[in-house]
Ligand binder design. Structure first.
Ligand code: NAD
Length: 271
């Protein structure tokens, strides 16, 4: 049988999650999706009504099939709150097991504020929904992942270098996510035989990125000027990288941050 993937963090067809789902589907995987509770109904309805049909087309002309969409709230982990363990439990009941776990979600309520002006609550909210959410997701899904399972998350270069406008503690959250990638690769590798990698992607005009407004365009321009490959990164290229990391071709790769032509450290061009 083909691999089964659970992708957390799809609410439309613009983000990295959707592109990853398509690349995995094109490679033959069965697709399950976790959608944030406030966006769940609209996403499911749009999907059923065929709104996304055009962007469901795979390279062989067939349409990506999403087997099931689950409501998911990545901030809550206790049984009182529609948590991730409940979602993992439902997936287990419906499908038994999965092979691939994708975390493509982030949220920073104060992302437009410089770190120096970020409140404690804003900072903790960013880390909770963008970093701890991965720890929790992996914890709850690892037991239902088949041997040689793989997980992939998405990060951003602001974790290691100062990128103005990526505020609200989001840079801190990505630094945590990358550090956790190493620790969880070790722990989940030893305990479950699961690989844990993250992709540091260049900027994309997704719904989440619109939260920082025109700054995304500046970031895209800056990357274009400084990246080794001077073209705009497409979501599909990130999707394909995720499909590779999740595949047996990457069977010995774990604990890594894979860069998708973000700018080089040695360049001097400024926007
Ligand atoms: P997106 O809007 O498509 O995805 C973010 C998703 O997170 C949305 O579907 C949203 O509903 C979901 N979400 C937010 N809070 C949640 C919660 N509490 N519980 C469950 N789901 C929640 O945007 P995207 O830019 O494709 O983001 C996907 C990932 O890619 C994120 O980790 C983001 O930080 C990362 N990334 C984005 C860029 C970029 O420029 N867009 C660059 C590098 C990394």
């Amino acid at each position: 049988r083909g691999k089964r993937a659970f992708i957390a963090g799809i609410a439309d067809n613009n983000g990295y999650g959707w592109a990853i789902a398509k690349s995995l589907a094109a490679a033959g995987a069965e697709i399950l999706v976790g959608t944030w509770v406030p966006a769940f109904n609209i996403f499911e309805t749009n999907l059923r009504r065929g709104i996304f049909d055009e962007s469901r087309i795979l390279p062989d002309g067939s349409l990506m099939n999403i087997c099931k969409v689950y409501p998911l709230d990545a901030v809550y982990d206790t049984p009182q709150d529609v948590p991730q363990d409940e979602v993992a439990e439902s997936v287990k009941e419906d499908f038994g097991s999965i092979d691939i776990l994708v975390h493509s979600l982030a949220n920073g309520p104060e992302v437009t504020k410089p770190l120096l002006e970020t409140s404690r609550n804003g900072y903790l909210a960013a880390v909770s929904s963008s970093s701890y959410s991965f720890v929790s997701l992996l914890k709850h899904f690892a037991p239902l992942m088949n041997p040689c399972g793989a997980s992939v998350s998405l990060t951003y270069i602001a974790s290691e270098r100062c990128i103005p406008r990526y505020g609200g503690g989001m840079s801190s959250a990505k630094a945590a996510l990358e550090s956790d990638t190493k620790v969880l690769a070790f722990e989940a590798g030893r305990r479950h035989g699961i690989r844990v990698n993250t992709i540091s992607a260049g900027s994309l005009r997704s719904r989440a990125a619109k939260a920082i407004g025109a700054a995304v365009d500046e970031m895209i321009d800056y990357t274009l000027m400084n990246a080794p490959l001077q073209k705009e990164l497409s979501a599909e290229e990130v999707g394909n990288a995720a499909a590779f990391l999740a595949s047996p071709l990457a069977s010995a790769i774990t604990g890594t941050v894979l860069f998708k032509f973000v700018e080089m450290t040695t360049t001097t061009t400024t926007p």
